[in-house]
Design a protein around this ligand. Structure first.
Ligand code: TMP
Length: 392
């Protein structure tokens, strides 16, 4: 693997700090990103053990985002209509935002974060609070294989993809399909969204990389949809090569052509991305410097795992951003890892209190702008680094 980006020392992106621990030394890890020219895979180079990241304290709940909840519901209905699966497995079922749209007897979830698994178990869904692997897959599919395996924003978090895909392959029925959804590398590069890289995102997949990996398991992509989730994602429909029920849609070729045209198969593209990221840091810091000179009151919006990468890479702290607003209960009154900026309970932006807002949750920009119309009308501004640092 050849390194193309160094994001410095970073704390775990979801290790929000309690007030009583604010003066304790945080564990930090080297975060750098590389490209494997054999299978085109882009991944972070030093990975952190899964037990350190995905445990009973994992804070991210899919159902806390209205947008995510709604889109899971729409998707579940679409899948049920189109593929009529009689048995579905979700890998990384989080708090059940997706599987709750299925009948309890037709679905099982796999979720190693026990706090999240518990939330869905309480509603009498069958959840395995374990990591997905070959042993667990055998246990789940002992009596019936899955017609559908769904996994969103999870496989990019799992280091050993060989075991994952082997377990998936063994679990699918003859006509069974796998639907994967993860941030798109093409969108990440186009947007200079280097904050897609943090400890949990071991991989940011491209279609060409996924295709190369799947090929080792005689699996293939038969359709792709581009979605807006997480700032630009792809939903891949995957089947066994021996499964002739589904034809390969022209979207697959189209997406691959887009990626090749952009140069996702060449190291030089990533090297160029690395320079853009360094420039982005410089320009973002310049913006903050100018604003601070004018004594503008700046706060942050959406204390995302992504913003952890930006703040720590750029060295921004609580003298730059006074506090963050966030709607996630778990994060409120805690501090962002590394930068130690306080997270306050969200309230509508008020022009009398705030001049400028750094968009941590830039992937929800449209939703946020709609919500904060009155702040914008009164001259309130936002800072974003996507696709380049600017005030809007
Ligand atoms: P995500 O980008 O990892 O999905 O996280 C989004 C974060 O942003 C989550 O902590 C909730 C927060 N958020 C708000 O505080 N207000 C909002 O209006 C939106 C859309 C998100």
């Amino acid at each position: 693997m050849k390194k193309f980006l160094d994001l410095g020392l970073q704390p775990l992106a979801n290790s929000f700090i309690k007030k009583k621990n604010i003066s304790l030394k945080e564990k930090k890890f080297k975060l750098s990103v590389g490209f494997n020219k054999k299978n085109y895979l882009v991944s972070i180079i030093n990975t952190v053990s899964k037990e350190k990241m995905f445990n009973k304290d994992y804070p991210y709940k899919s159902s806390e985002s209205k947008t995510m909840k709604k889109s899971f519901k729409l998707l579940a209905n679409k899948i049920k209509k189109k593929f009529k699966p009689s048995f579905t497995i979700e890998i990384g079922s989080n708090d059940g935002a997706f599987i709750k749209n299925f009948k309890k007897k037709d679905v099982v979830g796999v979720e190693p974060c026990k706090n999240l698994a518990q939330l869905t178990k309480r509603e009498k869904y069958k959840i395995y609070a374990e990591y997905w692997n070959i042993r667990l897959a055998k246990k789940i599919t002992k009596y019936r294989k899955a017609d559908l395996i769904y996994s969103a924003n999870t496989l990019s978090h799992i280091k050993n993809y060989n075991e994952i895909f082997k377990a998936i392959k063994n679990s699918l029925s003859d006509d069974g399909i796998l639907i994967l959804e993860d941030p798109s590398l093409l969108e990440c590069l186009k947007n200079v969204a280097y904050d897609q890289f943090y400890c949990e995102h071991i991989y940011v997949f491209s279609t060409i990389a996924l295709k190369a990996i799947l090929n080792n398991f005689d699996l293939e992509i038969f359709n792709i949809e581009n979605t807006k989730t997480h700032g630009g994602s792809n939903r891949y429909y995957i089947k066994d090569k021996s499964n002739i029920k589904f034809k390969i849609h022209k979207n697959v070729k189209k997406e691959i052509n887009k990626e090749i045209k952009f140069g996702l198969h060449k190291f030089s593209t990533y090297k160029n991305f690395g320079s853009k990221v360094r420039k982005s840091k410089k320009n973002l810091l310049n913006i903050f410097k100018k604003l601070k000179k004018n004594n503008f009151k700046i706060i942050g919006y959406g204390a995302t795992a992504k913003s952890c990468t930006v703040l720590n890479y750029c060295g921004l702290g609580n003298t730059d951003i006074k506090y963050f607003y966030d709607t996630t209960t778990y994060k409120i009154n805690k501090y962002l890892p590394g930068s130690k900026i306080l997270i306050k309970e969200y309230k509508k932006l008020d022009r009398r209190e705030v001049d400028i807002v750094y968009l941590g949750a830039w992937n929800f920009k449209d939703e946020i702008f709609k919500k904060e119309q009155s702040f914008i009308k009164k001259g309130g501004k936002f800072i974003t680094h996507i696709p380049y640092p600017k005030i809007i």
